[in-house]
Design a protein around this ligand. Structure first.
Ligand code: CO
Length: 142
């Protein structure tokens, strides 16, 4: 029996991170510490994106607390429009370029047309929520 399929081998290797946009990064870090005993594994200002992030490690994944560093950053606009909360999900992949192309082939609308540098030395590409069932997706290659 022949089977027609153009879907790739499974490209997602891990949930890399769940990103939560917050107004006060220190308050959010303190809350996760008091509520869960979580500590900051990595902290970084990503100039290009206009954000400061704090990564809390959970097994092989992260909770990423995210706050804007300037008023014109996309996260600042998101906070203005939608308030605090879930901002995007980071899917870990072995090959960012391959996964991005596969998403485009499946009908996704890229925000980044090619992979670029992300935080902690990763290679990333963002994909628009429109075309991906309402979720801003970040592909993350370590
Ligand atoms: Co992210």
């Amino acid at each position: 029996m022949s089977e027609m399929s153009d879907s790739p081998e499974m490209l997602l290797t891990e949930i890399d991170h769940v990103a939560i946009a917050v107004n006060d990064l220190e308050a959010a870090i303190d809350y996760y510490k008091r509520a869960f005993g979580a500590t900051v594994a990595h902290r970084e200002i990503v100039e290009q994106d206009g954000v400061e992030e704090a990564l809390l490690k959970v097994a092989q994944s992260y909770v990423q607390l995210l706050t804007p560093t300037r008023p014109d950053s996309p996260v600042a606009k998101s906070l203005e429009k939608r308030g605090e909360g879930l901002h995007h999900i980071g899917y870990r992949v072995a090959n960012c370029a391959q996964a991005l192309q596969s998403m485009i082939d499946a009908g996704a609308k890229p925000i980044d047309n090619a992979p670029r540098k992300g935080s902690r030395g990763t290679t990333v590409a963002f994909v628009h929520p429109k075309g991906s069932f309402g979720t801003l997706i970040e592909l993350v290659q370590e």
